[in-house]
Design a protein around this ligand. Structure first.
Ligand code: NDP
Ligand code: MG
Length: 391
């Protein structure tokens, strides 16, 4: 039931303490907060202080930290509040299994898959920020959502833009999906410059303020690689229909090209709250206090072709799409392992893509996943090979 009616809606936010999670709570507050919504569960991991504060503010029924060692700290922080507390993977599942009609999936990385699937199975509408669900589990994830009967609503700004630009009864005429990419902090850097960059320079995104993982992914363009695979599954298009164009201002969030030559785009200032608000109130639009575009101030929008030599992640996404099967899961898990190694200072920035490519090649001939267990097995094997290559 869309807000704006008298019915209250039950919501859960998986990953409420992160960048998407805090923006989601801001949108909920803007749309009436506790007056209009029942927040059933909030989950976080390391930041239990913020989690406890959020849970008290919105009157959540359950607060969960993914980190079992922080259970006591969370319990302490919520003592006397009447809010239930849980921890670990089972706690995340418990949160996802409460009967919220709308679940924001905003945990970062592979740990988001199991709880998001739990919410999908019981038929919740899934507002999907955790693109890793689609990169790793692809068709199985889409099938799980549709079997549960809930809707899958993209939150990723590019995919929200495409979702908004798709004319529902004209799907036959969709020729191409054009994903925009800012190009990240190394858009104009040379390969030599990129060899020695630090985590601090890599995480400094020119336009968006986001969590660490996706910020580094924007610098390497692995984030865009993930988004190509995400688009393939969300919009059921063929790999060759997905294009990437670098657009440094991040004002056009993405576009749909139709067979009559028309291109529909969605524009806005880079602020995730528009996409989150759209996912929350879809198919209605609602008023949000976000900055408006000032076209005169903007003056121009620039575009350039992506450079797959400096950003091999895009080429690897195409390889994964062509090979199909478990290659998305392999790409996702190998990238997570390589990302950890880069952030911990064990490898240089450019080595990340080399590791991912090597793992993908070693696991190129696996049959498609028939079951989620196949995804879990591929994840473990990809991490094992990545670790071997990293040592
Ligand atoms: P953040 O790092 O800011 O937040 C991640 C959230 O996941 C936090 O709540 C964090 O808890 C929690 N978390 C961390 N580790 C675990 C774990 N092992 N198990 C369960 N929960 C965990 O990330 P973002 O908000 O930036 O990104 C979230 C997702 O949304 C990602 O999939 C990202 O790709 C996607 N996304 C993000 C965008 C953005 O603008 N930020 C844009 C588009 C997509 P804690 O902080 O308490 O440790
Ligand atoms: Mg995005």
């Amino acid at each position: 039931m869309a807000p704006g009616t008298s019915d209250r809606r039950k919501l859960t936010i998986l990953g409420s303490t992160g960048s998407i999670g805090t923006n989601t709570l801001d949108v909920i507050a803007q749309l009436g907060g506790r007056e209009r919504f029942d927040i059933l569960a909030l989950t976080g991991s390391g930041n239990v202080e913020l989690l406890a504060r959020q849970a008290r503010d919105v009157g959540a029924k359950l607060a969960v930290t993914a980190d079992e060692t922080l259970f006591a700290a969370l319990k302490d922080a919520l003592s006397g509040s009447g809010i239930n507390v849980a921890a670990g993977k089972s706690g995340l599942i418990e949160a996802a299994d409460m009967d919220a009609e709308w679940v924001m999936a905003a945990i970062v990385g592979t740990p988001g898959l199991a709880p998001t699937l739990t919410a999908a199975h019981r038929g919740a509408d899934i507002a999907l920020a955790n693109k890793e669900c689609l990169v790793s589990a692809g068709d199985l994830f889409v099938k799980a959502v549709s079997a549960g009967g809930g809707r899958l609503i993209p939150v990723d700004s590019e995919h929200s833009a495409i979702f908004q630009s798709l004319e529902r009864d004209q799907r036959h005429a969709v020729e191409r999906i054009i994903l925009t990419a800012s190009g990240g902090p190394f858009r104009t850097a040379t390969l030599e410059d990129m060899r020695n960059v630090t985590v601090e320079t890599a995480r400094a995104h020119p336009n968006w303020s986001m969590g660490l993982k996706i910020s580094i992914g924007s610098a390497s363009m692995f984030n865009k690689a993930f988004e190509m695979i995400e688009a393939r599954h969300l919009f059921d298009v063929r790999p060759e229909q997905i294009e990437v164009i670098v657009h440094p201002q991040s004002i056009i969030h993405s576009m749909v090209g139709y067979s009559d030559g028309a291109v529909m785009a969605q524009l806005g200032v880079p602020d995730m709250r528009t996409a989150i608000g759209y996912a929350l109130t879809y198919p209605r639009r609602t008023a949000l206090d976000v900055e408006r575009l000032d076209f005169a101030k903007l003056a121009r929008l620039d575009f350039e072709a992506p450079d797959e030599t400096r950003f091999p992640a895009l080429r690897l996404a195409r390889t994964a799409l062509e090979r199909g099967g478990l290659q998305g899961a392999v790409l996702n898990s190998a990238e997570e392992a390589a990302f950890d190694a880069f952030v911990e200072g064990r490898i240089g920035f450019l080595r990340m893509a080399e590791i991912v490519e090597a793992v993908m090649d070693r696991m190129a001939h696996l049959p498609p996943a028939a079951h989620m267990d196949d995804i879990v097995a591929a994840d473990e094997e990809a991490r094992r090979i990545a670790t071997e290559l990293l040592s």
